[in-house]
Design a protein around this ligand. Structure first.
Ligand SMILES: *[C@@H]1O[C@H](CO)[C@@H](O)[C@H](O)[C@H]1NC(C)=O
Ligand SMILES: *[C@@H]1O[C@H](CO)[C@@H](O)[C@H](O)[C@H]1NC(C)=O
Ligand SMILES: *[C@@H]1O[C@H](CO)[C@@H](O)[C@H](O)[C@H]1NC(C)=O
Ligand SMILES: *[C@@H]1O[C@H](CO)[C@@H](O)[C@H](O)[C@H]1NC(C)=O
Length: 352
């Protein structure tokens, strides 16, 4: 055990020097040691039917060594996005004392497609329902061939997709090394306002009102009415912001996945993502992933009805209603997401 610790310390020293390549082995070493103390996880038998045969080369090869000239420009773009993530992580680890090691429980957002050798880290409020639908089609679970045939609630049933935490340690390491790992990100405050609107201003499902709304009203509204205390249906954006920036909130529990940072959901400083897709260029980036996987001829990423989408202007309106101190605190909370994914500080913020 002591030797294991020494080895880890040595690894982390080297890691600070050569971050990107080292992160992989850092994770690997940790899983290796964990496997000595943890029971090996059982693998579920895998449904065989798949919609789309994979190409002769795997997605990872196609990304890093494109044979088709149409991929060259995109390959360069994604290299710059990867560099941006790696640089931000390097700067962050140099200035931060905290050292975090991954455990299998950290991998529950990573959806695995065995057949096409891809891993998708899902981020709620970033086209995640449609990506889960596409992953269900790709993995052959539920035997659908058209993503839009899949009801949205079915796409969110955990058993319909397999996540990386369900594998044994060696199986996890193998997949982290040889599969194409990707995620989709979005301007952090737009994602936040989208989550707020979706969970607190719509009537369709009371579970967020009960779980979070009642607590937020109780803690942050003076003179709340009995009705508001009980229903939690009318949480103001300002109260939601107070909840998020209250140190007690993160002390209690991790943030709900709908407003948790991408940094904490997908661990991009520990897991080397090969491809960072953006919500702002969703169709282009998503169809690029499908073409890399060799299934572009069978499958297109579903297009959206854009009418209710949260926009930048809408986001600005919500932020106008909160104090500059709250704006600064929210920026601090989502800062890593802003920096890693190259989103500029919004012009509507009163940061000075
Ligand atoms: C970051 O975004 C700016 C414009 O918003 C762009 O000019 C620049 O190339 C981007 N950098 C990276 C590394 O993507
Ligand atoms: C509301 O959400 C809960 C939990 O996410 C879910 O089980 C339930 O089916 C939903 N109800 C409706 C009417 O959508
Ligand atoms: C709360 O109610 C009390 C008594 O009605 C009143 O004096 C006080 O100003 C109210 N506070 C706020 C913040 O509305
Ligand atoms: C901002 O606050 C005003 C006054 O409380 C309210 O009428 C308006 O709906 C709020 N706007 C947003 C986008 O929350």
């Amino acid at each position: 055990m002591k030797q294991a610790l020494l080895e880890l310390m040595r690894m982390s020293r080297i890691c600070r020097m050569v971050l990107a390549t080292c992160l992989g082995s850092f994770v690997l070493v940790i899983f290796y040691f964990q496997s000595m103390f943890q029971p090996v996880m059982r693998r579920n038998p895998f449904a065989a039917d798949v919609c789309c045969p994979k190409g002769s080369r795997n997605a990872l090869q196609e990304l890093y060594n494109p044979t088709q000239s149409e991929f060259t420009g995109a390959a360069f773009l994604h290299q710059t996005r990867r560099d941006q993530v790696a640089e931000t992580c390097r700067a962050h680890s140099a200035s931060s004392r905290k050292r975090r090691v991954l455990t299998p429980a950290d991998l529950k957002h990573l959806v695995v497609d065995e057949e096409h050798e891809m891993i998708y880290c899902y981020v709620p409020k970033v086209a995640c329902t449609n990506w889960k639908r596409v992953m269900m089609v790709l993995t052959g679970r539920g035997r659908y061939s058209d993503p839009m045939e899949i009801p949205s609630n079915e796409a969110h049933v955990p058993a319909n997709l397999k996540t990386l935490n369900q594998y044994s340690i060696p199986e996890i390491n193998h997949r982290l090394k040889s599969f194409l790992k990707f995620l989709f990100v979005r301007e952090p405050f737009e994602r936040l306002v989208s989550a707020y609107r979706n969970k607190f201003t719509l009537k369709y499902n009371g579970s967020f009102h009960k779980r979070f709304g009642t607590k937020i009203v109780r803690r942050y509204r003076r003179n709340a009415t009995q009705e508001a205390l009980q229903s939690g249906t009318d949480v103001k954006f300002q109260e939601f912001a107070e909840y998020l920036t209250d140190p007690a909130t993160v002390r209690e529990a991790p943030l709900n996945e709908h407003w948790e940072t991408v940094y904490s959901l997908c661990h991009p400083c520990h897991i080397h993502y090969d491809l960072v897709g953006k919500y702002e260029t969703l169709e282009e980036d998503a169809n690029y992933v499908l073409r890399l996987a060799g299934v572009g001829d069978y499958l297109r990423f579903p297009t959206y009805a854009k009418s209710t989408r949260t926009t930048d202007q809408m986001t600005a309106e919500f932020f106008h209603n909160i104090s500059s101190q709250q704006q600064r605190q929210l920026y601090q909370l989502y800062k890593m997401d802003f920096l890693m994914f190259n989103y500029s500080t919004p012009s509507y913020l009163k940061m000075q």
